[in-house]
Design a protein around this ligand. Structure first.
Ligand SMILES: Cc1ncc(C[n+]2csc(CCOP(=O)(O)OP(=O)(O)O)c2C)c(N)n1
Ligand code: SF4
Length: 286
């Protein structure tokens, strides 16, 4: 967010909720912030409509607080619970038809490179696991094969949260959900592994319980995507409503997942690593 890009129309200024005015006037993005600064600014309005304890909202807050240059970033979304937080941030945001996010992001990035050849304009896809692993999987993979300079973030709550609890390709095998009453019949789709073999030059798997690592991963993914190639961050963002745990247990559930199927993993190519070093970003130990 930057005062330069968010300018409420004068005639409607009085109609804006106070909280939104605060987001615009005193927002976090006029200087570089990290997740260490959380609490000193708002990333999204407090009045966002997510359920209490929503892991997706938390993943988005941490992600938005870690963008290297928010005023020059556009976030691309798609239907799903993530939409509700992203549309209540003060970032440039565009929502696509379900699953089309990486195609729209590819076109926008190419256009922005032509229109602003001297400035990095970061294009970051931020969508749910259904958006990436199911309906948008072909578009996602092809954007990676083509080597598009975009970052893809999967907010993996392991369910279709927004439509009441259908299984997604990322749901764990055997999980019973509102609309998968006999349990899911196959394993999680290995999107992280696919990212590594499909052209991504940097990929991280992380949970919302690990805020610093999440923030570092997102920042690096966006920086690397500028010059080197596609990047991918897969964040475990558990959904208390559909995975049916108490909303005050989100971090505990994410920590537990780190011990089972969501251990931190980082993949980086030599080229991407050299690029980071050139920027003065030292690779962290896992
Ligand atoms: C083409 C199309 N098919 C289906 C839908 C209905 N729909 C909206 S959100 C959604 C599920 C989203 O699940 P996910 O991507 O996992 O995100 P979450 O809501 O869990 O964050 C579906 C099926 C739609 N909007 N468009
Ligand atoms: S249904 Fe789940 S993912 Fe959606 S807002 Fe509620 S807690 Fe978040």
């Amino acid at each position: 967010m930057s005062k330069k890009i968010i300018t409420p129309v004068e005639e409607f200024r009085d109609l804006l909720p106070d909280e939104y005015k605060e987001l615009v006037n005193d927002g976090p993005y006029n200087e570089a912030k990290t997740v260490d600064d959380l609490g000193s600014f708002k990333e999204i309005t407090e009045a966002h409509p997510h359920c209490a304890g929503c892991g997706v909202a938390l993943g988005i807050r941490l992600g938005l607080a870690s963008l290297p240059k928010p005023q020059d970033t556009i976030v691309i979304g798609t239907p799903g619970c993530s939409f509700f937080a992203l549309s209540q941030s003060a970032l440039n945001y565009s929502c696509t038809a379900f699953g089309n996010q990486n195609s729209v992001a590819s076109g926008l990035k190419r256009m922005l490179k032509l229109r602003f050849p001297q400035t990095h304009k970061d294009v970051v896809v931020m969508v749910g696991d259904g958006g990436v692993a199911d309906i948008g999987l072909d578009y996602t993979l092809h954007s990676w094969f083509r080597g598009e300079n975009i970052t893809t973030v999967m907010l993996d709550n392991e369910v279709y949260g927004n439509t009441g609890g259908q299984e997604s390709g990322m749901t764990v095998k055997g999980k019973v959900l509102n609309m998968a009453p006999t349990g899911k019949k196959f394993s999680k789709i290995p999107v992280f592994e696919m990212a590594k073999t499909s052209g991504c030059v940097y990929a991280v798997k992380v949970t919302v319980a690990n805020a610093r690592k999440l923030g570092t991963a997102l920042r690096r993914a966006v920086l690397i995507a500028r010059e080197v190639g596609p990047t991918y961050v897969q964040i475990y963002t558990p959904c208390p409503t559909n995975l049916k745990f108490p909303p005050n247990q989100t971090i505990a559930v994410a920590k537990d997942a780190e011990k089972t199927h969501y251990a931190y993993e980082e993949y980086i190519t030599d080229e991407a690593s050299a690029y980071l070093s050139g920027l003065g970003e030292v690779k962290e130990k896992s």
